[in-house]
Design a protein around this ligand. Structure first.
Ligand SMILES: [Zn+2]
Length: 511
């Protein structure tokens, strides 16, 4: 096996997976460090040991093993799915159970002398039990604030975590995520996998860890990631029939850039992964560059962005790997924008996300990142703008009357609209909402739009053209979902910026 550079990519099939060699490393160690021995290791040999790693840039593990074995270790990048598959050869049927930390959903309430592990278990069990997306632990001079985010809204948790035991809890999180325990002044990111035990039921959860030092201690945010089973096909995302048909058709294109846009927490990643699942069934080669990788998918070559391989560098390296489809986690700088546009105009379907409010805002943002109008017109195929609104609780749904402020803001857009909202009950914990629903806008760059873009049209001219062509905006989709009783007008006001509503009112008055 020739030495591989990090920029190159490997196929699992190229290695002689060998159970005895894989078992040289305990399963718990492999699970914690995302690594596996790939080639047969002959005792007494001094040739390099090939180690497949999710994070091959983590030199500490490589160096420790090289020291322990007294021979060089070559780290090659694999994704978690590939590492797991290789581990199955050495540890058949046991991989998901052994070596991973457990989270006991039915652990007793921690007492005053509870251990750090018990305190963290308690907070995480509350978060997972209430289907929270995040757990926030924040340090203040004489208090620790513990909150969970459920359906996009933060709720306070009552726990025994206090300023005196917080360092222990943070240490426990760091240990689980294999972070530097001694580092208390710099932000750290990581992740760990845990087995959630609820009576006889066991399931796997991935947690993403972010630690940020502050004046009173380190703040911790744990994001609960769904496993692959939580992902939905494109047709189940909440797009209307036309929208999901459009998206499926877009994904069949051999080249072009499709951007999913919206603010943080708008479900962009879920949509991208649903798109990947759609592509996975096809015969195309898919490569992703992500930071961080949120879901592991089978048969997809997923790469973690690292300090030595940025998004732009990875995207450029991908082109040499002859993929059909490239997913770039997020476009946030000029380098990545240029690399993505280049890939999209040289025979690749490129999927990515961008922070912007709507399709025209996306074009403005790409211009701001330094892409020329003609490049955008050539590369950009479509924009999917989205938000996540809270879904009305069916159990306490009542007709809702529009307020004066709403009449004034929405004007003709809500003439004759019958809206409803939950008044609050036990089921929805008096919030009127249960779960969330996606609001979508799919904009395909038409020849007319491309021409306008190349002729330096202003954003309002681009919006007028979209309006003329009968385009359905995010707000149209939101108001349809209000009319269907799925969400409330209050939620629409919370999700959609006022200026976007005002612009659409002006356009509809101009008809
Ligand atoms: Zn209710």
């Amino acid at each position: 096996m020739p030495r591989k550079r990090l920029e190159e990519f490997v196929e699992l099939a190229h290695f002689n997976l060998d159970g005895d060699s894989i078992r040289l490393l305990p399963l718990g160690f492999c699970a914690r460090n995302g690594c596996v021995v790939l080639d047969r290791v002959e005792p007494g040999d001094i040739s390099p040991v090939t180690l497949g790693m999710v994070e091959p840039y983590e030199q500490a593990v490589v160096e420790a093993l090289a020291h322990r074995w007294g021979r060089p270790v070559d780290a090659v990048p694999l994704n978690q799915y590939e590492v797991d598959r290789a581990l199955d050869v050495g540890y058949p049927g046991t991989r998901d159970i052994e070596g991973l930390p457990t989270l006991d959903m039915r652990a007793p309430e921690p007492g005053p002398e509870a251990s750090s592990a018990a305190l963290l278990n308690d907070a995480l069990a509350h978060a997972i039990g209430k289907m929270a997306s995040d757990l926030h632990i924040e340090a203040y001079p004489d208090d620790v604030d513990v909150r969970i985010r459920v359906d996009g809204v933060l709720h306070q948790l009552t726990t025994r975590i206090s300023p005196s035991n917080l360092p222990g809890v943070v240490g426990r999180v760091k240990a689980l995520a294999s972070l530097d325990l001694a580092e208390r002044r710099a932000p750290q990111d990581g992740r760990f996998r845990t087995i959630v035990v609820d009576g006889n039921h066991r399931s796997l959860r991935d947690l993403r860890v972010s630690i940020l030092p502050g004046p009173c201690g380190e703040d911790v945010v744990l994001r609960v990631l769904d496993t692959v089973s939580g992902l939905r096909p494109v047709t189940k995302l909440g797009l209307d029939k036309e929208g999901s048909a459009q998206l499926v058709e877009l994904l069949e294109n051999p080249e072009g850039l499709i951007l999913v846009t919206g603010p943080t927490g708008s479900g962009k990643t879920t949509t991208l992964y649903s798109a990947l699942m759609e592509l996975q069934t096809s015969t195309r080669k898919v490569i992703t560059a992500e930071d961080p990788i949120e879901y592991w998918l089978p048969k997809i070559n997923q790469k973690q962005v690292g300090p030595k391989a940025g998004l732009a560098a990875l995207t450029r390296a991908f082109l040499r790997q002859d993929p059909d489809v490239i997913l770039v986690g997020e476009i946030r700088d000029e380098d990545t924008a240029v690399a993505a546009a280049r890939a999209a105009t040289t025979g690749h379907l490129v999927l990515s996300t961008l922070h912007s409010a709507d399709p025209v805002g996306t074009i403005v943002r790409l211009q701001g990142l330094g892409l020329a109008d003609d490049i955008i017109a050539e590369a950009l195929m479509a924009v999917v703008a989205q938000r996540l609104a809270r879904r009305n609780c069916d159990a306490c749904l009542q007709p809702a009357f529009h307020t004066e402020q709403q009449e004034e803001l929405f004007g003709p857009l809500i003439d004759g609209l019958e809206s409803q909202r939950g008044v609050g009950c036990d089921l929805c914990r008096d919030s009127g909402y249960v779960g969330r629903i996606g609001l979508f806008e799919v904009a395909i760059l038409s020849p007319a739009l491309r021409d306008l873009l190349c002729a330096n049209a202003s954003p309002s001219e681009l919006r007028e053209e979209l309006h003329r062509s009968g385009h359905r905006t995010l707000l149209d989709d939101a108001l349809t979902k209000v009319a269907e009783g799925l969400t409330s007008l209050d939620e629409v006001m919370r999700m959609i910026p006022r200026r976007m509503i005002a612009a659409q009112v002006a356009l509809s008055r101009g008809d």
